[in-house]
Design a protein around this ligand. Structure first.
Ligand SMILES: C[S@@+](CC[C@H](N)C(=O)[O-])C[C@H]1O[C@@H](n2cnc3c(N)ncnc32)[C@H](O)[C@@H]1O
Length: 402
């Protein structure tokens, strides 16, 4: 039976920044920048964008490395549009850590140039005040970042309320190792129910029971592997996010972090959005931060071993060949543009077999298919630009499948 894992030690967490923390901060701050730059031009005169970090931490590690709040603050200060139109809200429950964060932010060079002074809150998520702020009907377009040490206080109802609003997206650092250990623990049933939503949590437990044991005569044998268990958890949290609105209206993308030895999953960074374009932007950012890739197909992982141990990553055939196989199967006798193909295949039927492929990967696969005469592409390759001696593939090119 699983036991509750110990919480991380506050005293040591903010001493030296680990590789995973650095990568997580880069992904979040790079995405914040892209999100803010896209939306800032679409705001009405009185509106503003909000970055809301629910579990902000100290802002800087004792080794002097800046963490997510300071990277985001720097982006805003350095951009004239964002300075005028972004409100940063950082929350941290621990009073000592909150004071460190406050000092870092208030002393940050250029902070006084912001139209909206950063708001630094010392509230406990789950205590009511933060929930009140998030449930307000006047919530501005908000990028919500939730990076807790565990799972307490986070509810799918809250996530779903936020996702419904225009311009609102969520980045959740899902603590797989702690949540996995808590799923069957009766003492925290209510927390797990709130996080996954009651129906999903019940289903998750049922899936565990169904797959966990096998009857042979009078004896029940464990037959679920840790990888299978992980797959069940991941599929269910993914589905919970997609069902927050309706599966066709929410897109998710995840990035896996292993522990320091690289042999187990520690966290997933989960991104949820209603916007297909936002998914494309986040995929490109996560692909860039992956610590390994094969034929240009990123692992969407950070592992010190650069091993592809995770779910669905150990393919017998190379990933691009796998994508070619899927495209051949799914588009027989069809003609469509690259954008239409991407939208149909990736965005609408987005699933475990396609989640690692970025738009550039689809283009790589289509160009290989053209070379092998599996598809025809219009305009013809001689008529398309070939800056590096190889024809390019624009989003509006037509792909003709045989
Ligand atoms: C993983 S750390 C955050 C790291 C931070 N996101 C970063 O990138 O540097 C989690 C933080 O949440 C704080 N915390 C724990 N429980 C909390 C709660 N209920 N509400 C708000 N903050 C909480 C902890 O004190 C800790 O500083």
């Amino acid at each position: 039976m699983s036991s509750i894992k110990k919480k991380p030690n506050k005293k040591v967490f903010f001493i030296n920044q680990k590789v995973n923390s650095r990568l997580k901060s880069y992904i979040v701050s790079d995405y914040f920048w892209a999100w803010a730059k896209i939306l800032v031009g679409k705001l009405s005169p009185k509106a503003y964008l909000q970055f809301l970090d629910l579990f902000a931490g100290a802002g800087r590690y004792e080794d002097e490395n800046a963490s997510t709040p300071l990277l985001i603050l720097e982006h805003v200060i350095n951009d004239v549009d964002l300075r005028a139109k972004v409100k940063l809200v950082f929350n941290e429950a621990d009073y000592v850590i909150y004071n460190k964060l406050k000092a870092e932010i208030e002393g940050f060079p250029g902070v006084s140039t912001l139209t909206y002074a950063p708001q630094i809150l010392n509230e406990s998520v789950g205590g009511g005040k933060i929930e009140e702020l998030l449930l307000s009907s006047t919530l501005m377009p908000t990028l919500l970042f939730a990076d807790p040490w565990g799972y307490r206080g986070l509810t799918m109802d809250l996530f779903s309320h936020i996702l419904k609003k225009w311009g609102c997206e969520i980045i959740f650092f899902f603590n797989y190792s702690r949540i996995n250990a808590a799923i069957n623990n009766k003492k925290v049933t209510a927390h797990i129910n709130s996080l996954f939503g009651q129906n999903r949590a019940d289903r998750l437990r049922r899936d565990f029971v169904r797959t966990n044991q096998e009857e042979k005569g009078d004896i029940w044998f464990e037959r679920i592997t840790p990888e299978e268990r992980e797959q069940i958890v991941v599929v269910n949290i993914d589905a919970a996010f997609r069902e927050a609105l309706s599966p066709r209206n929410v897109f998710t993308q995840k990035f896996r972090f292993t522990n320091g030895r690289g042999n187990r999953t520690s966290h997933y960074l989960i991104f949820a959005t209603k916007e297909p374009f936002a998914l494309r932007v986040m995929k490109d950012i996560m692909a860039k931060q992956s610590t390994s890739n094969e034929q240009g197909v990123a692992s969407f992982e950070s592992s010190p071993l650069h091993k592809q141990l995770s779910l669905g990553l150990t393919t017998e055939i190379s990933p691009l060949e796998k994508l070619i196989e899927l495209l051949r199967r799914d588009f027989v006798a069809r003609t469509l543009t690259v954008t239409e193909l991407w939208n149909e295949h990736h965005i609408r039927t987005f699933n475990a077999s396609t989640h690692r492929f970025t738009l550039p990967n689809y283009k790589q696969a289509l160009l290989l298919m053209e070379e092998r005469s599996i598809v025809k592409i219009l305009p013809h390759r001689d008529k398309r630009p070939s800056p590096l001696g190889k024809p390019t593939l624009a989003d509006d090119c037509s792909i003709i499948f045989g």
